[in-house]
Design a protein around this ligand. Structure first.
Ligand SMILES: [Zn+2]
Length: 221
């Protein structure tokens, strides 16, 4: 289990599982992840969405990933009530591409929800977990075109790889969004492990592992 490298804002647990962890220690599956931008309050139901949030103590929520970025958020609402969220962001989730509703990528929507509940983004502790990093994330032109539509886009987030194709820095792109949204670099506990480079530790869909996943999970209390 890898733990975000930042102080939690209230009593809670959070982490990113690796292939070395037991499934039994991970959350119950509550999401059918569809590479869109829906972020919903966690209930007993299984829903088609890519992010969950909760204010409940003792409810472990999470997303499953194998190259996409798991994002964990934790911060106080008005009056100090804890709020926590777990998001799944591949390039579609990060850009909002293909989602029929307006609002940008999934991180933008989750922070908007936090604000709507009375949270101040500057107080959010946040962490991007293990994912396919710039070294290994070769993408097509449509991916870069979608990312360019985001107000936080910077051309330095793409570079040409050894085969002459573009590589996207998805972690860097989401970090740029986070800062644009008012999250603080001081509260950034991201872990830059590459799923493509660490077969010893992490599952990677692109490497041909179509079933194994790691979890990004969080639990208040
Ligand atoms: Zn890599």
């Amino acid at each position: 289990m890898l733990t975000p490298s930042v102080q939690a804002p209230f009593p809670m647990q959070w982490g990113f599982s690796t292939r070395l962890d037991e499934e039994a220690d991970l959350p119950e599956r509550k999401l059918n992840q569809i590479h869109r931008c829906g972020v919903v309050e966690a209930t007993d139901a299984v829903v088609d969405a890519d992010g969950l949030w909760t204010t409940q103590t003792g409810l472990r929520i999470g997303v499953r990933v194998a190259d996409c970025v798991p994002i964990l958020l934790a911060g106080p609402l008005t009056g100090g009530r804890p709020w926590a969220a777990a998001l799944h962001a591949g390039w579609r989730g990060a850009t909002g591409h293909g989602d029929p509703t307006p609002g940008g990528g999934i991180l933008r929507r989750a922070v908007a929800r936090y604000r709507s509940l009375g949270g101040d983004p500057a107080t959010l502790a946040w962490a991007l977990g293990p994912a396919i990093l710039k070294c290994c994330f070769e993408v097509g032109d449509e991916v870069i075109a979608a990312a360019r539509l985001d107000p936080a886009w910077d051309e330095e987030l793409t570079s040409l790889g050894p085969s002459g194709k573009q590589h996207l820095d998805l972690h860097g792109f989401l970090t740029a969004q986070a800062l644009d949204l008012g999250l603080s670099p001081v509260n950034d506990g991201s872990l830059a492990y590459c799923t493509g480079c660490r077969p010893d530790l992490l599952y990677s869909f692109r490497r041909g592992e179509t079933t194994g996943r790691q979890w990004g999970w969080i639990e208040i209390g």
